[in-house]
Design a protein around this ligand. Structure first.
Ligand SMILES: [Zn+2]
Length: 323
């Protein structure tokens, strides 16, 4: 459901486009009411060299003869038409973008769902063992294409483990994973790679398992004992795939030990970004939509410009004026 504001803006854009088209057509068309050989300047009756109009009785010297060429000349100037055309092109780009975004949102099939932001998993306080400030925190960034995060058609999940004291810069598209342990997981084919903060590959393969994540945690120096590490790894795996069999075997119903989970989830944000179901020069989301609609508007603009100039030149040519 679109908000009221965007609908008003789209309506204004549509109005601008319509007015632009009307203004352009006006200077490119000869009025139909005028006879080829000229008409009475008052009532439009065909001119046949009379001095007093047989239809309305007006004197030619008073009301004049309207010729197509004269009418055409007085309909508007070429610069005015080009100005209207240029404004129309911008309004059309906005209109097309708005309509495409609305279409993408309406049709869930082409929605590009980007789930990003901090999903910080950290050890909860445990009785008898006070937890210091977060020993480990994760950033989970999902960028998937599909009707929802749960049924992705492709995309990736990036898990970032922050070394102590490090801060993480979020970019518009992906978290900055330099200087952090991270896992890159392809949603579609299950390929994964885990890397150290030095950027070297720790493990890579297909079908990530508990051991891969536990090993990753251990190398990162997370202060967990073996059991905690196993549970933490299962929790992290569920961030990648909520129905991961290996993870469910550890933390599924009835499987979790008396100590419970070791990582507490904090703050998670999901934002769905409308997108075309295909990448445009490698770009998805609003950027892809904007590129397509801008190019479409530019093409329409150039074609319209060519049409206006050639048609106007043809209609204004001297051969037509003597008709
Ligand atoms: Zn007349």
């Amino acid at each position: 459901m679109m908000a009221f504001g965007p609908i008003v803006i789209l309506a204004l854009c549509a109005l601008s486009v319509w007015m632009g088209i009307a203004a352009v057509l006006r200077v490119c068309r000869v009025p139909r009411a005028v006879e080829p050989g000229g008409s009475c300047g008052r009532c439009g009756y065909a001119y046949t060299h009379w001095t007093r109009c047989p239809e309305c009785g007006s004197e030619v010297s008073t009301v004049g003869i309207a010729t197509p060429w004269l009418m055409f000349r007085h309909r508007g100037s070429m610069p005015g038409a080009l100005f209207a055309l240029t404004l129309m092109a911008f309004a059309m780009a906005f209109l097309l973008t708005g309509l495409t975004v609305g279409l993408c949102q309406f049709a869930g099939w082409n929605q590009h769902t980007r789930q990003s932001g901090m999903s910080t998993l950290q050890p909860p306080p445990i009785n008898g063992r006070p937890q210091p400030l977060p020993q480990v925190s994760f950033l989970v960034h999902r960028e998937v294409v599909g009707p929802s995060v749960n049924s992705p058609t492709r995309g990736e999940v990036v898990l970032v483990l922050l070394p102590k004291g490090a801060t993480l810069a979020m970019t518009a598209d992906r978290p900055d994973t330099t200087g952090a342990f991270h896992i890159l997981h392809d949603v579609k084919d299950g390929q994964f790679v885990t890397r150290s903060d030095a950027g070297e590959t720790i493990r890579e393969g297909k079908g990530i398992q508990i051991e891969d994540v536990a090993d990753w945690l251990e190398r990162a120096g997370v202060a967990f004992d073996e059991e905690e590490r196993r549970v933490a790894a299962a929790q992290i795996l569920q961030e990648i795939d909520s129905s991961h069999a290996g993870a469910l075997a550890v933390i599924g119903p009835g499987n979790l030990g008396p100590r419970g989970v070791v990582l507490a989830s904090r703050g998670f944000s999901t934002r769905s970004i409308p997108s075309l179901p295909f990448a445009v020069v490698g770009l998805t989301g609003m950027t892809g939509i904007t590129i397509v609609t801008s190019v479409a508007s530019a093409v329409i603009y150039i074609v319209a410009l060519w049409w206006v100039v050639t048609r106007r030149r043809r209609l204004m040519s001297p051969e037509r004026s003597g008709a």
